[in-house]
Design a protein around this ligand. Structure first.
Ligand SMILES: NC(=O)c1ccc[n+]([C@@H]2O[C@H](COP(=O)([O-])OP(=O)(O)OC[C@H]3O[C@@H](n4cnc5c(N)ncnc54)[C@H](OP(=O)(O)O)[C@@H]3O)[C@@H](O)[C@H]2O)c1
Length: 335
């Protein structure tokens, strides 16, 4: 089987394409022939070496993959060969609140991921793919979609409420789709004029170009009748949080997810205090949440937004494309 790994050195160009024997599943394990993997911003951080200093090397990167069950180890009762499945981002977060143990089972970080033709999963580290999706579409769900789902679920925008999304990456486009399915109004930002029409086509009612309007929080304020949005899906981090705090309504929520503008910087916490804003950290989600999301995706016939699919041999080009920020939605690798 072929697989990519970070061996000793970090960097997209240092990714090694290697071969080894297909592994056999042990007790409680399931062997999956992966058919597609999807890239997340986090994978860029991992590959560049800026995610964590304690990554176990060599490491197979990428968390998000979909494929078919090939063989089940002793004691596996949930799966049969031929089942169409996706791996869970955290192999050991079945449900309930996050614990200290959960991050130790993150695919493509703490443990080997899915940039490979075959991978072994824990039995409950897999979920069934929504039946209307292709493998390429299914591969986009484990991290970006589940994070967006969790962000909305915890903020629970009701029909008619408003959600603010930032930029047009994987998490934000899924958040837009889920918020629209829930009947919420979506105000979306982008730094690219070319992506504005795509946001409108996905159902955003108002689009603000943050490159042209750096003080976009003022526009959000006006668009909501000087009330603020009910929920912000915050993927920007230190560079956007201060503005998000001004754009959210009194008593609203900020689901804190990402660090696209960096993790450190000065943020004035006073608006959060004075407006009683709930700031909720979101770290992907559990298997239970993944299954709830899949039911909603099936019910609403939601199809992930895929910008481009690269062949396996061109995985490095896929990483560079994600790095360019030219994409709208997800970048996928066919395996
Ligand atoms: N906490 C978690 O569990 C979790 C899970 C998934 C992702 N994340 C984090 O969430 C962030 C987004 O991840 P992703 O995979 O969705 O990223 P992605 O697909 O790579 O998204 C990149 C897009 O973000 C937009 N962007 C860049 N700078 C921006 C800015 N200053 N303001 C607003 N938008 C900006 C750009 O869209 P435009 O071209 O439209 O401007 C860019 O194309 C990352 O920091 C990632 O690490 C966290």
């Amino acid at each position: 089987m072929r697989y990519f790994c970070i061996e000793k050195e970090f960097g997209i160009d240092a990714l090694q394409l290697k071969e080894k024997a297909v592994p056999r599943p042990g007790p409680g394990q399931v062997l999956v022939r992966l058919r597609a993997a999807a890239l997340n911003y986090r994978d860029l951080l991992v590959v560049r070496g800026s995610y964590s200093r304690t990554l176990p090397l060599p490491l197979v990167p990428l968390s998000d993959g979909a494929g078919e069950v090939v063989e089940c180890g002793e004691g596996v009762g949930l799966w049969q060969p031929g089942d169409r499945v996706m791996g869970t981002f955290f192999q050991e977060w079945d449900g309930g609140a996050i614990t200290d143990e959960v991050p130790k089972s993150a695919l493509g970080g703490a443990i080997d991921g899915v940039m490979a033709e075959y991978a072994l999963f824990r039995e409950r580290g897999l979920v069934r793919m929504p039946s209307h999706l292709t493998f390429e579409e299914g591969a986009t769900l484990p991290c970006a979609a589940l994070t967006a789902w969790h962000a909305l679920e915890s903020g629970a925008p009701a029909c008619g409420q408003s959600v603010l999304t930032l930029g047009t990456g994987g998490v934000s486009t899924f958040a837009l789709q889920f918020a629209r399915a829930a009947g919420a109004r979506v105000i979306a930002t982008t730094g690219s004029a070319a992506k504005e029409g795509k946001l409108a086509a996905l159902g955003a009612s108002d689009i603000i170009n943050y490159a042209a309007v750096p003080e976009w929080e003022k526009t959000v304020w006006e668009l909501t009748g000087r009330r603020g949005v009910d929920l912000v899906v915050e993927v920007g981090g230190a560079g956007t949080l201060g503005r998000s705090l001004k754009a959210v309504r009194t008593g609203g929520q900020i689901s804190l997810i990402g660090v696209l503008t960096g993790a450190t910087g000065e943020v004035n916490p006073l608006p959060a205090v004075m407006k009683g804003v709930r700031i909720q950290g979101i770290y992907v989600g559990s298997r239970e949440q993944f299954e709830a999301m899949n039911r909603a995706i099936e019910l609403h016939g939601i199809r992930p937004v895929i910008d481009r699919v690269f062949p396996f041999a061109e995985a490095q080009a896929a990483c560079r494309y994600l790095e360019s920020g030219a994409h709208f939605g997800k970048v996928v690798i066919a395996i």
